[in-house]
Design a protein around this ligand. Structure first.
Ligand code: MCA
Ligand code: AMP
Length: 507
């Protein structure tokens, strides 16, 4: 049956006894068992009445079952929609409504809070816990272990990944089978992954990095993964001797460097360390090389495009750059005002075209038109230059975006929340350098005339409504925000004012 993604990533492993996942408890799951379980999931989706193209929203802890659920979605031709485990019910409400999900799979602990939302949206609710128990797995257990793969075309949606937006409203990036497959193929090639590789996987699986860059690459290569529930330096140090490769956000690498047990001896056998999702400081690259003798391989991507560029496997991995376009991917640096391509060496907005570039934003044709040109180039919003040797450097952001520990936070979303709080006249949210997370969120509030702001009340409301990684780590109250003559808030001044407030002890 035609289903390019299933045929390339999963079908070749049918019946293979080789391990796919090495779990934290010492157990391994073979490819054969993984695929049999995926087929049970696909059968369960059919029993639930799901049709190809239906969205399956998933808000569950990282586990082998959760990854199998992804495989079952691909085989059943339904669209996988993973959601950050940190999202609160208030945030989830939007994703369920916007996506029109047919099935929502959540942790049993949150089922009561989410049931009214699912009922309102006419969406089936099932549960799956981190230990693999739940109403969904009860149903899955009763299904046969073979399933006739549903036909899908290259241009059909495989996944819907929400990415926050400058307006404060998240946008669903529609990723097709071709997008995901072409990127996995490019990455297996440039990073030389084979069935001998064992990837240390400590990333979350609700984002492109842990799900597609890591998992799809390993599936295509036929290697295995040490599949850890989260990044915990202790466990990573313990399991590293079994691995050949590791992928992570810069915070993973700075935290490992903070541990004296992370040495050249411990890493001597490793083939490659790959970094992305946020800028890797040149200083971290240098420190890592001095400690281990490995040059971290930095690459650059986005939810909308998967990976775009990578430093070379052979050849110089240059600190502070994200390397060259991947095979099949074109990049150009353009004038932000006119869109005209700029001469090499000049700074502008990076635009990207290729089979990796998404189909558009879910039910947002205007947003799609704003960011995806008719000729196929996607406007990344990242300020960059291409140097005289062709290396791409990301030098800043044309978009008001904070990246904290690899998670994106759009200030507008937090400002809208803060502005609605009692006693707040207005707010500005900025990202300030932080040794642990790269950047951390600072909120600057102006009180309504004659009012005092109750910071504890705001923090409590934030804990209820906003995912933890997005919450301001500092709240400052000022009389007025700095503005230019046009009345625009001067966020640069705020960033300068609060630079240095986060110290190495701020975790
Ligand atoms: C957790 N917390 C955070 C973050 N993570 N705060 C700010 N930024 C963060 N990234 C907060 C929690 O809300 C909690 O706060 C407290 O820290 C402890 O939570 P815990 O889960 O124990 O945190 P941690 O283990 O220290 O997590 C840090 C982490 C994690 C390991 C760096 O954030 C992580 O795994 N990041 C990876 C992100 C990622 O995969 N990004 C890929 C995006 P409180 O106590 O107040 O509740 S895909 C992408 O960007 C593109 C496609 C690309 O190029 O890859
Ligand atoms: P996301 O929306 O989570 O897909 O994040 C994509 C954004 O992360 C990009 O637009 C960049 O701003 C940033 N990003 C990803 N990788 C890198 C990198 N290696 N260096 C600098 N920024 C990066």
């Amino acid at each position: 049956m035609t289903n390019p993604l299933y045929n390339a990533l999963f079908a070749p492993h049918q019946g293979r006894d080789a391990p796919f996942l090495h779990l934290d408890d010492g157990r391994s799951i073979s490819y054969a068992d993984f695929l049999a379980r995926a087929a049970q999931y696909a059968n369960a989706f059919a029993v639930l009445g799901l049709s190809p193209g239906d969205r399956v929203a998933v808000h569950v802890q990282k586990s082998a079952e959760a990854l199998t659920l992804y495989a079952g979605c691909v085989q059943a031709g339904v669209v996988f929609l993973p959601l950050n485990t940190a999202y609160t019910p208030t945030e989830l409400d939007y994703f369920i409504a916007d996506s029109g999900a047919a099935l929502f799979v959540c942790d049993p602990q949150e089922a009561d809070a989410l049931a009214p939302i699912a009922a309102r949206e006419g969406c089936i609710l099932h549960t799956l816990a981190g230990d693999g128990s739940g109403s969904l797995t009860d149903l899955v257990d009763r299904q046969p272990t073979d399933f006739t793969t549903v036909a899908r075309a290259e241009d059909d949606l495989a996944a819907l990944l929400y990415t926050s937006g400058t307006t404060g409203r998240s946008k669903g990036a529609m990723l097709t089978q071709r997008n995901l497959l072409s990127n996995a193929q490019a990455l297996v090639g440039v990073w030389r992954f084979t069935s001998d590789d064992v990837l240390l996987h400590a990333l979350p699986i609700f984002h492109s990095h842990g799900l597609f860059v890591a998992t799809n690459v390993m599936l295509l290569a036929g290697g295995s993964m040490i599949f850890l529930p989260r990044f915990d330096p202790e466990t990573v140090l313990r399991r590293l001797p079994e691995a050949t490769a590791m992928m992570g956000v810069p915070t993973f690498y700075t935290r490992l460097l903070d541990d004296p047990r992370f040495t050249a001896d411990l890493t001597a056998h490793m083939r490659v360390f790959i970094s992305g999702s946020a800028p890797l400081l040149a200083e971290t690259h240098t420190r890592f090389y001095a400690r281990t003798g490995h040059h971290i391989l930095e690459r650059y991507g986005m939810t909308e495009t998967s990976m775009n560029t990578s430093n070379p496997y052979d050849g110089a991995r240059r600190a502070g750059t994200v390397g060259f376009p991947l095979p099949g991917v074109e990049v150009k640096v353009c004038d932000p005002a006119t869109g005209a391509e700029l001469p090499r060496g000049e700074i502008g907005v990076l635009e990207v075209r290729g089979p990796n570039v998404f189909k558009g934003y879910w039910r947002m044709p205007e947003k799609t038109r704003e960011e995806l040109r008719e000729d196929g180039f996607f406007i990344t919003g990242d300020l960059s230059l291409i140097d005289d040797q062709g290396y791409v450097q990301i030098v800043g952001r044309g978009k008001d975006l904070i990246i904290s520990g690899g998670y994106n936070i759009y200030p507008k979303e937090i400002e809208l929340f803060l502005d609605a709080q009692d006693g707040v006249l207005e707010s500005a949210v900025v990202g300030v350098p932080c040794p642990d997370f790269g950047e951390s969120v600072v909120a600057v509030l102006v009180p309504e005339p004659g009012r005092t702001i109750d910071i504890a009340a705001i923090e409590a409301a934030a804990r209820r409504d906003i995912a933890g990684f997005k919450r301001p780590r500092r709240i400052e109250v000022v009389d007025a925000l700095p503005r230019n003559t046009m009345g625009k808030v001067q966020k640069n001044q705020l960033r300068d004012r609060y630079a240095g407030i986060f110290t190495p002890t701020d975790g």
